[in-house]
Design a protein around this ligand. Structure first.
Ligand code: HEM
Length: 276
């Protein structure tokens, strides 16, 4: 939702911890893309201009490593928090069930149902806390971290890894790192942005990841099964919050607009480099 509705009932969707972590994830990913792409397309005039903005290719390389350290820290913090919630907090529902991120049979059913709905052959699925495409986005980051993180660390510490790995692995790592970067940038700056902000019902921007709240009406409309569950289990009252403060709303708009703009510019530059 893009505007504050003071007379509406609001429900908490994301806590402050997850919102801050998502903010740091955005920052590190945008930084990695903006400092990595000039290296990948270094023969392009725009790449040299972008590198100059950071103070040259060498500084861009160092900033890339700073952003990579932040991304790894964000990833480890998230995984540790989830593990602690499951093991120490006894939240086994995070592993399976209506509010789990783990793909389940209902996701396959909802995908098929959604495709049918697109062509007018049935009703819209009654989504739960996370839709199948949100789970896909989430696990894409895990896959991406394994591939891009491992290859990136090889490129960062070649002397260390060369003690146990043959030389050709580093060539392959460089290739994989660049290709996976293009895949990640292409996916995040088109599909993820489209799902989050550019769908007709979300346009111009969904601010839930910044404010952490949705209106109860929006929740009921978008995720009827989640709404029904939290109502039936008496959680609706517990999750009830006030409307987002104006300052938070503004921050969300500014940060969200900046991220979408930078992302779309980078995708355009990649397309220009690849197609011309
Ligand atoms: C944990 C994550 C990461 C680590 C440790 C890492 C590390 C590195 C290192 C050490 C280099 C070589 C830099 C140089 O030559 O100065 C590099 C290059 C690069 N990185 Fe990353 N990186 C990570 C994530 C990412 C992400 C998420 C993206 C894209 C969004 C990305 C895009 C690139 C690109 C495009 C290059 C240039 C590859 C080439 O020259 O062919 N990296 N990375």
């Amino acid at each position: 939702m893009d505007s504050i509705a003071p007379d509406q009932v609001y429900v908490r969707r994301f806590d402050a911890f997850d919102r801050v972590l998502h903010g740091l994830l955005m920052l590190s990913f945008l930084g990695l893309a903006a400092t990595g792409l000039p290296l990948l397309f270094s023969d392009e005039a725009w790449a040299r201009a972008l590198a100059r903005v950071f103070g040259g290719f060498v500084v861009a390389g160092w900033l890339h490593r700073v952003c990579a350290t932040l991304l790894i820290a964000v990833f480890l913090t998230h995984v540790t928090r989830v593990a602690r919630r499951i093991v120490a907090g006894g939240e086994s529902g995070l592993l399976w069930g209506p509010h789990s991120m783990v793909p389940q049979p209902r996701d396959v059913r909802e995908l098929v149902q959604h495709l049918r709905w697109f062509v007018g052959l049935g009703a819209r699925p009654r989504f739960e806390r996370f839709t199948y495409w949100e789970k896909f986005d989430y696990w894409a980051v895990f896959w991406g971290m394994a591939v891009i993180g491992a290859s990136g660390l090889l490129l960062w510490f070649p002397e260390l890894f060369a003690r146990i790995l043959p030389g050709w692995v580093f060539n392959v790592a460089l290739l994989i790192h660049g290709e996976e970067a293009l895949l990640a940038v292409g996916f995040i700056f088109t599909m993820h942005f489209f799902n989050g902000h550019l769908r007709p019902e979300k346009f111009p921007m969904d601010l839930v990841i910044f404010t952490g709240r949705v209106t109860a009406a929006e929740l009921e409309e978008e995720r009827p099964d989640e709404y029904a569950r939290i109502r039936a289990t008496g959680q609706l009252e517990r999750l009830r919050v006030g409307p987002p403060p104006r300052w938070l709303h503004r921050i969300g708009r500014v940060v969200g607009t900046a991220a979408v703009t930078i992302g779309l510019i980078l995708v355009t530059l990649i397309l220009y480099a690849v197609l011309t």
